[in-house]
Write a protein that binds this ligand. Structure first.
Ligand code: SF4
Ligand code: SF4
Length: 257
């Protein structure tokens, strides 16, 4: 007769305990205590932030988008409705609804604005996730655990910036030929994803891929809590705006127009 899964687990659990499993458990406990030594070169901050100086951005340039797509195995589905995007261009009126008015400079009206997850200080996406698949790190980066995500898309509904994408289909076959980054995990159908401020690169002491790729100096990334950081310097010298600040999400991406 087939044993039920529950009785099997009960029996095997009892067997393990009976067969002197203590050394095994000790080994697990030891492994849990073992810590991976942090990279001494890792970049750290009290609160990471990104400044986008649109005045320096070239209309025809997509270097930051391409660099992010390459670094994070973003699929190219060729279907706008199912598109997966971590960083992309928006028009001024879509990026800053309610801020537009008839006297806005023509240059600003027609300039593409690169947008991404704002790593909000007060992120509504984190609050609504029923399984804690998304959370905020101490340094302010809003993270996603692709394995924990159950695909309910509550976080997408809660994000007022459309910064999250859902994998409606298996994305792996759509990663362009020769562009697979073996150092970054691919995702599966049914999970949500978004910009991660390049945590995997910060851990190696590298700037985010988009920042590194920009040769025009549009992007400045740094510690908002450090008064001597480059982001603080730029924000102190130039007037900047954030997306939908009236919602109280406290975005950590600033735009200089
Ligand atoms: S921009 Fe959207 S996804 Fe990113 S932290 Fe804010 S609410 Fe969450
Ligand atoms: S910070 Fe990293 S993940 Fe976010 S848009 Fe830039 S390259 Fe992509």
């Amino acid at each position: 007769m087939m044993k039920s899964r529950r009785s099997f687990l009960k029996i095997s659990g009892a067997c393990l305990l009976g067969l002197g499993v203590k050394p095994v458990l000790n080994a697990f406990a030891q492994a849990e205590r073992m810590e991976i030594a942090p990279n001494p070169n890792a970049l750290r901050a009290g609160r990471w932030a990104l400044v986008v100086d649109i005045t320096k951005c070239r209309d025809d340039c997509t270097d930051c988008i391409n660099a992010c797509n390459r670094a994070h195995n973003i699929p190219d589905l060729g279907r706008t409705k199912e598109e997966v995007k971590w960083i992309w261009n928006e028009s001024y009126e879509h990026a800053f609804p309610g801020v537009e008015h008839e006297f806005v400079e023509e240059r600003v009206k027609h300039q593409p604005f690169m947008v991404l997850c704002n790593h909000c200080d007060n992120p509504p996406c984190v609050r609504v996730c029923p399984v804690q698949a998304t959370w905020k790190r101490e340094d302010g980066i809003v993270m996603m655990d692709f394995h924990r995500c159950i695909g309910c898309r509550c976080c997408m509904a809660a994000c007022p910036y459309g910064s999250r994408s859902f994998n409606w289909t298996d994305p792996r076959p759509y990663i362009p030929e020769g562009r697979m980054n073996p150092d970054f995990p691919t995702r599966t159908k049914g999970v949500v994803e978004k910009c991660n401020f390049c945590v995997e690169r910060l851990a190696k002491g590298l700037q985010p891929a988009c920042v590194e790729s920009c040769s025009s100096g549009v992007l400045t990334f740094g510690d908002l809590d450090d008064p001597n950081s480059e982001v603080r310097k730029v924000l102190g010298e130039r007037y900047s705006i954030q997306r939908k600040p009236e919602l109280g999400t406290r975005p950590r991406v600033y735009y200089i127009l």
